[in-house]
Ligand binder design. Structure first.
Ligand code: PGA
Length: 260
């Protein structure tokens, strides 16, 4: 049985609380007027807008609430950081870890990703671990080496008992925000590689149940071809998640292609 596909919006540093609340009303209304269901969809607002989102939609409406980063300590002298307990106190369900913008602009490395992943999982959060090669690495044929190194670090930190709350996102850095998505074949090759690593680490049953999302310039027009690839079980969506109607259309097109 294929897992249900998962569509997560990463708003990055966009959307003030009021805008976030308006967005959520429109997003949920769009699904109810189209009479389609909304499970396995999530939004990761900037921290300041998380309460506005959780006030506007309830969990039973099916929207998962996310954060864009998490620290590994529970509390302490870590100016500017936020702990797993603080996220769960806000009602957060999932957290994006190791996004390439954090790796490239804020010096995050595999060791940080491992610590964040372990802490998030141990505190009941779903960990969405991002991996992906830069344009230079891609051009010099290093995709496999980079992606395997990144995923191994995260997987070694994942306790087997929490594996049901692990999600992997393949986001080629050259595809993020560029309008140039990976081709279905490119995505498929890396997703298959990631699947192999998941199965090696957790065995065939658990390893096969972890969802691997694709991210990088997804839009309603290209999501279908990506979601029809065998190892693509959803998407992590940046720019196209900023407009409720566009994101809803992307989800609907993606779902249709996935279950076709
Ligand atoms: P994009 O971003 O969809 O705007 O390319 C994806 C991401 O950064 O997760």
């Amino acid at each position: 049985m294929k897992p249900t596909p998962l569509f997560l919006g990463n708003w990055k540093m966009h959307m003030l609380p009021d805008e976030a609340a308006q967005y959520m009303v429109r997003f949920v209304e769009g699904f109810s007027s189209a009479q389609t269901q909304l499970p396995d969809t999530g939004i990761a607002p900037p921290l300041v807008s998380i309460p506005a989102v959780s006030r506007t939609v309830s969990r039973d409406q099916g929207v998962l609430l996310g954060a864009q980063n998490v620290h590994w300590e529970s509390s302490g002298a870590h100016t500017g950081e936020i702990s797993p307990q603080m996220l769960t106190a806000l009602g957060v369900d999932f957290v994006i870890i190791g996004h390439s913008e954090r790796r490239q602009m804020y010096g995050e490395n595999d060791a940080h990703v491992a610590l964040r992943t372990k802490a998030a999982l141990e505190h009941g959060l779903t960990a969405v671990v991002c991996v992906g090669e830069t344009e230079q690495e891609y051009k010099s044929g290093k995709t496999t080496e980079i992606v395997v190194r990144q995923i191994k670090a995260a997987l070694e930190a994942t306790p087997a008992e929490h594996v049901s709350r692990l999600v992997v996102a393949y986001e080629p850095v050259w595809a993020i925000g560029t309008g140039l998505a990976a081709t279905p074949e490119q995505a498929c090759a890396v997703h298959e590689l990631l699947r192999q690593k998941l199965v090696e680490r957790f065995g065939p049953d658990q390893g096969a149940s972890i969802r691997i999302l694709y991210g990088g310039s997804t839009k309603p027009e290209n999501i279908g071809e990506l979601l029809s690839q065998p190892e693509v079980q959803g998407a992590l969506v940046g720019g196209a998640s900023l407009k409720p109607d566009v994101f809803r259309q992307l989800i609907e097109n993606g779902r249709k292609a996935y279950w076709a």
